[in-house]
Design a binder for this molecule. Structure first.
Ligand code: MN
Length: 710
């Protein structure tokens, strides 16, 4: 009898898992003929951060990484990936591409088990289908979305399941499961801390309720004790060992009578090992986030504040919020009703409140939090569908209506999956350039590139980088922004300086004041300046002794940077002493344009139409209300030998803007003098490099990589 029930559970889990996995293959079928998305005969991943974990896994498998190369060889995602790559007969590229689809689909397991705990396995099954493919859960766990997200929701839903069973059955094994889930979740995602803390707070509240009712709370105290030990501020393995040891002792009946002392000891250990510190830290970082200046003990500089440029920090409209959780505003509202009903009938579901609460934080800002609410409201909608279908008078009608309503609720999410066609992070030719770079560079060499490309460059090029997806504060970005947007002499010097200062700083003892200054502050002081702006101006002068060259430095200049050049300028176009932002350079880039007899229409500049008046040689903005003279027109194109050529014709002697048509790319640029002289423009658009400073390493239309000669 038990086995039939277990077989039924297993079968439902299998069906739901395949359902979840199959929908994640939609992307594969949509892009299977898209050569640009492949590298090494496999699809590339579609999340930038994934390359961070991939680098760590690659180095674990290779058994080596370089000192201070920022490769995450201790990271759980990297370790798990290396493990899968070792035991499975698939290529590394296949593993990182399919891993999210596989692991994220495991969410159906705890969801169906929770349904079982509620004695409504059908509810668990429908909720599992819904939770697995709901809008935001899909977005962050789709195939190729190789990131911690693939298990970030699976772990807490497992924890929810074991806590529900623990409080319902008071069986010892659920104490073990809960403890292990906390240890595993923290290993996988250290930021999971607050969520675990919220779960523990609910269990405490429930225990106090039992105490008030004068019921036996020894089991709950043991559970809380193990949970607190599992959350202590100690190493993962230590906490793992303690959880196992405690479970064995509980199973032997050794510590039941010491439940209260054990709980007190756990609580004390928790506080003594700094267990509470992360909560305090994250609370204060949420509340007080206004760091704009990096203060050294002796030189205080003002860098660009990045917080404002992070899109996720903004407040989101209600329908976006609702769609991301349930696929549709109507479903979302019904699901909330369903959850309230479910929680009223099955109090255990109140334990899901931390997940729901974290999901709702998204509404205050932080789109990425919506996924936490997905499984909880999936139960809400599933319960509502179940109750409505149960109003019918036959089993057949009941299941028929359940299927129909479930399908209706799933439909907006299915449409979303079909329409959600995200590209891979890089295109094939771009990766080929990096793969080529790997062969000509050393692992200790640096590639200076905008932070967006840091992780992929390190993964494919096997080199070091200055900034990346995790290291891109205003002060980190300064040097790279400076070298991309300034003329070649100061740019080349800044590239050498920032690389050598970065490496030197790694090796400074922890009591050296320079260790806590920004690279730039150290440069300014070392060169004997007190004003950073004076130092930057000095970079253009003849006499400047650079630090000794310890390695090669490459400049990575991709065409895809065209669209973000203005953003890049922000980070170095400011007065470092006062923080005052400089006037933005004129920069317009477009691939959408039209021509008639009088004009070339160049799209929109700052939301106003921009065009070239062919008769007057002026760039006109806002229907001609603003007119700026064009100094010259440059045409670039690849000749028959695939060499870049360019010709320039003067238009107006006193013109202020340069008009550039990159014929082979079919794109236009309108830029002022400062952009025209920038290293990115000179080296990428014109390949017009100073032979004393740079030499070309890899020149392709998509990517140009130069080697620094100084
Ligand atoms: Mn390395």
């Amino acid at each position: 009898m038990i086995t039939t029930q277990n077989k039924q559970t297993l079968l439902l889990i299998l069906i739901a898992f395949l359902f979840s996995f199959a929908f994640r293959l939609v992307w594969v079928f949509q892009f299977q003929d898209y050569e640009q998305f492949y590298f090494n005969d496999q699809f590339m991943i579609n999340t930038n951060d994934g390359y961070y974990f991939a680098e760590g896994a690659r180095d674990i498998l290779a058994g080596e990484s370089q000192e201070n190369d920022l490769s995450p060889i201790d990271n759980a995602v990297s370790i798990a990936t290396a493990f899968f790559a070792t035991i499975l007969p698939f290529s590394f590229e296949s593993i990182i591409f399919y891993m999210p689809a596989f692991l994220a689909s495991l969410i159906v397991v705890p969801m169906i088990l929770i349904g079982k705990a509620l004695k409504h396995i059908e509810v668990g099954f429908v909720a599992a289908l819904f939770g697995a493919i709901a809008h935001s859960y899909y977005n962050r766990t789709m195939i190729g979305y190789y990131d911690t997200d693939m298990l970030n929701i699976v772990f807490p839903v497992f924890l929810l399941w074991s806590l529900i069973f623990a409080l319902q059955t008071r069986e010892e094994k659920y104490i073990l499961f809960s403890g292990l889930e906390i240890v595993a979740y923290r290993w996988w995602y250290p930021q999971s801390y607050s969520l675990e803390f919220a779960f523990i707070a609910l269990v405490i509240a429930y225990t106090l309720y039992l105490l008030y009712k004068k019921e036996d709370i020894r089991y709950e105290l043991l559970l809380l004790g193990v949970m607190f030990f599992a959350m202590m501020g100690l190493d993962n393995l230590v906490r793992f060992g303690i959880v196992i040891a405690l479970y064995l002792a509980i199973k032997q009946g050794l510590i039941q009578k010491f439940a209260l002392p054990l709980f007190v000891l756990a609580l004390l250990s928790f506080f003594a090992t700094g267990g509470f510190a992360p909560i305090w830290g994250s609370l204060s970082s949420y509340v007080f986030t206004t760091a704009t200046s990096a203060t050294g003990s002796d030189l205080s500089l003002h860098f660009y504040n990045v917080v404002g440029t992070v899109r996720e920090a903004g407040k989101i409209p209600f329908d976006v919020f609702a769609n991301r959780i349930s696929g549709h505003s109507v479903t979302f509202i019904l699901a909330i009703g369903g959850y309230l009903w479910l929680a009223y009938r099955h109090k255990a579901m109140l334990l899901a409140l931390p997940l729901l609460g974290l999901g709702f934080l998204a509404y205050a800002g932080g789109l990425r939090f919506t996924i936490y609410a997905v499984p909880v409201l999936a139960f809400g909608i599933a319960y509502l569908i179940y109750q409505l279908s149960s109003l019918t008078n036959t089993e057949f009608k009941k299941y028929f209506f359940m299927s129909l309503l479930s399908f209706a609720a799933l439909l907006p999410n299915i449409f979303h999956i079909i329409e959600y066609k995200v590209p891979t992070v890089l295109m094939q030719q771009e990766v080929q350039a990096l793969d080529q770079l790997k062969n000509i560079s050393q692992r200790e060499d640096y590639v200076a590139a905008w932070w967006d490309y840091g992780y992929p460059i390190r993964y494919y090029g096997d080199v070091k980088t200055l900034i990346d997806g995790g290291k891109h504060s205003g002060s980190d970005n300064f040097a790279t922004s400076f070298l991309l947007t300034n003329p070649q002499t100061p740019a080349a010097r800044m590239a050498r300086l920032d690389v050598e200062y970065t490496e030197t700083k790694f090796n400074l003892p922890s009591d050296a004041p320079a260790k806590y200054r920004t690279n730039l502050a150290n440069m300014v002081l070392d060169y004997g300046f007190s004003d950073a702006n004076d130092f930057l101006a000095a970079l253009s002068l003849e006499e400047l002794k650079l630090p000794e060259k310890t390695r090669d430095v490459y400049l990575y200049l991709p065409n895809r940077m065209m669209g973000i050049y203005p953003t890049i300028t922000y980070f170095s176009n400011l007065d470092l002493m006062s923080g005052t932002q400089g006037a933005q350079p004129f920069y317009h880039f477009t691939t959408l344009f039209e021509e008639d007899q009088g004009y070339i229409y160049l799209g929109y500049y700052n939301r106003q139409d921009i065009r070239l008046n062919k008769a007057t040689g002026n760039i006109e903005i806002d229907k001609g209300r603003v007119a700026i003279g064009v100094k010259d027109f440059t045409l670039t194109y690849y000749d028959a030998n695939e060499n870049l050529q360019h010709t320039t014709n003067e238009i107006k002697f006193d013109g202020k803007l340069h008009l550039v048509y990159m014929k082979s790319y079919n794109q236009f640029l309108v830029v002022d003098e400062s952009v025209y002289n920038s290293t990115y423009f000179r080296l990428f658009v014109l390949e017009d490099y100073d032979t004393n400073l740079f030499e070309p390493a890899i020149l392709t239309p998509h990517t140009k990589i130069y080697k620094l000669k100084i």
